[in-house]
Design a binder for this molecule. Structure first.
Ligand code: AKG
Length: 220
């Protein structure tokens, strides 16, 4: 009985190479070489030194999210109990401007985003081994024409993506360090989330965990 249910759960994790993703979301496995990933992690360390990780809080309830986060670029995404989800130019705790977005990320956007204007925000999410992110849409931007470009660094995660309605069927698959996802076109408004982290699956970071970077255009 136990074996059967394990088999069924394993089969539910698809291979995006073999089966198209909902609404043609794009997945580029190993988009970054190991060297590029190491360089990017070093750049993220400098960003975190200037703009320390903070715990985002859910609007209204104030419940802490399980990821810690920061941002780089002219704008950053933040959320607090009182003011909810929003983009702003200042770190919510230090009051300082966000650090610049590294050239490596701007180049990735130029190469893959197929959008004429640069990204304005890069969210840096840090997932400890037990962290996850519920199914959600990225809809706090004023511009849904530009894609959301996402990079995975560190431990593998189980990523889930569905359609434009919360109840649409979803597909799950593993994102590994160096992979890129592009939510573009119809998939721009797809519900997506991270169900779990697989600790110990990467040695890129000094500790267990995963970093996810999402590049977004916020204004039109
Ligand atoms: O960690 C991920 O792969 C997804 C992150 C995400 O959905 C978000 O920052 O909105």
């Amino acid at each position: 009985m136990i074996n059967n249910s394990l088999t069924i759960r394993r089969l539910a994790i698809i291979s995006p190479q073999l089966e198209p993703l909902p609404h043609d979301a794009q997945w580029v496995p190993q988009c970054l070489t190991h060297e590029e990933q190491l360089m990017l992690v070093e750049e993220i360390r400098q960003i975190v030194t200037a703009a320390p990780l903070f715990v985002p809080k859910m609007p209204r309830t104030g419940k802490p999210m399980s990821v810690r986060m920061t941002n780089c670029g002219p704008l950053g995404w933040v959320t607090t109990k009182e003011e909810g989800y929003r983009y702003q130019a200042m770190h919510p705790e230090t009051g300082e401007k966000w650090p610049d977005m590294p050239a490596t990320l701007l180049k990735l956007w130029d190469k893959y985003a197929d959008y004429p204007k640069p990204p304005e925000a890069c969210l840096v999410n840090f997932y400890e081994a037990s962290a996850k992110m519920g199914l959600h849409q990225d809809r706090d931007e004023n511009n849904f024409d530009a894609p959301v470009l996402s990079i995975s660094l560190g431990d593998t995660c189980l990523f889930r993506i569905g359609g434009e309605n919360r109840k649409d069927p979803t597909k799950s698959f593993k994102l590994t360090s160096g992979d890129m996802m592009l939510l573009t076109g119809k998939s721009r408004m797809a519900f997506h989330g991270v169900d779990r982290i697989y600790p110990g699956t990467s040695t890129l970071l000094k500790q267990d965990g995963r970093i996810n970077l999402t590049l977004r255009r916020v204004t039109a």
